[in-house]
Ligand binder design. Structure first.
Ligand code: G6P
Length: 606
């Protein structure tokens, strides 16, 4: 998704801007650009495609104050003309988010004589600032007057040719941080972009305006009052983001899962019990009072929530609904009394998840988020937060973030069961022990990698794949299908296997591989009957099953022998081979694994 970097200092900032954009590449983008103030003018370069193309085109760009952007097209194709920064006279602007009322503003500004050169919503912003400057020559006053007319969610970075010592920025619904250097300062939509230049950050609040100079930062809050925000110092080693010898971030992140899960559990369990206060000081009380759980999330995080729905009801005896945030936020909802909201997000910046939380928070008993980024907006806006400690996840397709979310959610389910009095201490201890055993079992699954790699070419030529699971393994199948479509561009669908004969069976033939997750559990015999239905229609099956499930390999049925694992925690383990399968199919197809086309890591617009 779009990324912003800005810098002001004594050195030539073009290199900092380009390096910052490179570090944002993982978020997904389709064009990039930068603008710097240079001798009373603005030098601008924009390119569609990769940041490297921009770097090549920007060799001549020098200046002490500048802004840069990676764009993920929403309004207008990913062309050079639509790439940011956008200009109006001596003003240049980069923008994340969406200006909802851009059409009416555009008509008005055209009537004032402004000429537009792009199809973007963003271009109204520099023209509007320019229009305001005609009424009041003060730069910040003009920016504030312009922003007051914008509807939508956005973050902006703004420079002006004849004001080389000021970089202005606004946060209104899209993330923005300030990086504090020595004699130089920075802005970015993502702190990762600035880690080479600083580890000291100010996280702006909604409605903040800032003026950044090389040695000074002034912040106005939403009411226009000059304010101070805390400076947070990050431990840079926690944010190491190299591939560490792996060919792709995604593969590295798949292999990091045992360690990541150890980190999620560390300090959160002791003597076979969950530390309820790991969820925050009021967690014990809220979990006791809660009569219903409403989970809200998007993408992979939604699948984690879907698994947790099975767990909440089966293990803690608490009713639980799960819904994608983009739907929930816009429908009329009835929350049962004493509902605890649980949001799940790797980034903590997903626009729909944040909006759904804001929409419903006042009607709920309380809100708790499961998140990987402690400094994120979601963490700040939730009553309680549980940080997964998965470490930075760079691959767009989420892997370790998902398995650590599952671990966190199981801890929450156990804590809820304890507080509700529905879970015995023995069962809690048993499941805690099972969770502690997961890292070693994941290592065993990772050792299956070469065997999984060998079947990748059997998928690479196919156009469709079906994933089947039952019970809490159904969301695991959904996650497997999502991974495959995200990175290999093969259409993949997941079905709860009991639904096969209500439609999808019509699609099954020798050309549609069917992947099944089949651990030994109460539903295994039913699942095996469903697999026979596939086989009887010449469907080729790839089954991940443990020895006890007793699924026999025969022509048309390839069985991968999984380690034996307790049913409760099996979804965590069965996710891993499906990640490896998608990865190898994508490699065989030659797609861009870490930055799949059209997708973004952090979806900060709706
Ligand atoms: C994007 C990413 C997915 C992610 C989803 C939700 O679509 O590509 O990998 O699952 O956003 O992101 P979140 O940060 O809220 O978990």
């Amino acid at each position: 998704m779009c990324g912003i970097v800005g810098a002001i200092g004594e050195r030539n900032v073009a290199d900092v801007l380009i390096e910052g954009l490179r570090r944002l590449e993982y978020r997904g983008y389709d064009s990039a650009g930068l603008a710097v103030v240079h001798e009373g003018d603005i030098l601008r370069e924009r390119e569609s495609g990769k940041v490297q193309a921009l770097a090549d085109a920007s060799q001549h760009v020098h200046g002490h104050t500048g802004i840069a952007h990676t764009r993920w097209a929403t309004h207008g194709a990913p062309t050079q003309d639509n790439a940011h920064p956008h200009r109006s006279g001596d003003i240049a602007v980069v923008h994340n988010g969406i200006i909802e009322n851009y059409e009416s503003l555009r008509e008005r500004l055209q009537a004032e004589g402004f000429v537009f050169s792009s199809q973007t919503d963003t271009e109204v912003v520099p023209h509007l600032i320019q229009s305001e400057l005609r009424k009041n020559p003060d730069f910040m006053a003009a920016v504030k007057a312009a922003v007051a007319q914008l509807h939508g969610a956005f973050a902006l970075g703004i420079i002006r040719a004849n004001e080389p010592d000021r970089l202005l920025a606004v946060r209104q619904g899209s993330p923005l941080v300030v990086g504090i250097g020595i004699g130089e300062n920075f802005i970015s939509s993502d702190q990762l972009a600035l880690l080479p230049v600083t580890n000291r950050f100010i996280y702006l609040e909604e409605g903040d305006f800032i003026e950044v100079a090389a040695k000074q930062i002034t912040i106005w809050d939403g009411q226009g009052v000059v304010t101070q925000r805390p400076v947070v110092e990050l431990d840079a080693t926690l944010h190491a983001s190299s591939k560490a010898g792996y060919k792709h971030y995604m593969l590295k992140e798949i292999y990091e899962q045992p360690q990541a899960i150890v980190r999620t559990l560390a300090g959160r369990v002791s003597h076979g019990r969950v530390a309820v206060d790991a969820f925050g000081p009021q967690a014990a009380e809220l979990l006791k009072k809660a009569k219903h759980i409403q989970i809200l999330a998007c993408g992979t995080s939604y699948h984690a929530g879907f698994v947790a729905k099975y767990w909440f009801e089966a293990i803690a005896g608490v009713s639980c609904h799960v819904e994608v945030a983009s739907e929930f936020r816009y429908r009329t909802t009835v929350l049962p009394a004493d509902t605890l909201l649980v949001t799940i997000s790797q980034s903590g910046e997903t626009a729909d998840t944040l909006a759904a939380l804001r929409e419903v928070k006042s009607r709920a008993l309380g809100s708790l988020c499961i998140c990987n980024v402690p400094t994120s907006t979601l963490v700040r806006e939730s009553d309680l937060a549980f940080i997964t400690h998965a470490g930075p996840e760079i691959g767009v397709a989420s892997t370790k973030a998902f398995t650590t979310q599952l671990v966190a959610l199981m801890l929450l389910v156990l804590a809820a069961g304890r507080q509700q009095g529905t879970l015995s201490a023995e069962r809690e201890q048993t499941i805690v022990t099972q969770l502690q055993g997961i890292p070693a079992l994941v290592e065993q699954v990772l050792a299956m990698d070469p065997a999984i790699e060998r079947i990748a070419d059997e998928f690479a030529e196919k156009h469709h794949t079906l994933f089947l699971g039952r019970g809490a393994q159904y969301p695991v199948a959904m996650e497997g299908a999502l991974k495959l479509k995200e990175i290999s561009y093969i259409h993949a669908e997941a079905y709860p296997a009991g639904e096969l004969k209500h439609g999808p069976l019509a699609l099954v033939d020798h050309d549609m591989p069917v992947v099944a997750v089949a651990p030994k559990n109460d539903l295994i015999d039913k699942l095996k009957s469903n697999l026979q239905e596939v086989r009887a229609r010449a469907g080729v099956l790839y089954v991940f099953a443990d020895h006890n499930a007793d699924v026999r390999e025969e022509p048309g049925i390839k069985v991968f022998s999984m380690p034996t694992v307790a049913d409760e925690v099996a979804p965590i383990l069965y996710t891993v081979p499906l990640q490896l399968l998608s990865y190898h199919v994508a490699i065989t197809k030659g797609t861009d694994v870490d930055q799949p086309r059209n997708l973004a890591k952090s979806v900060t617009v709706e």
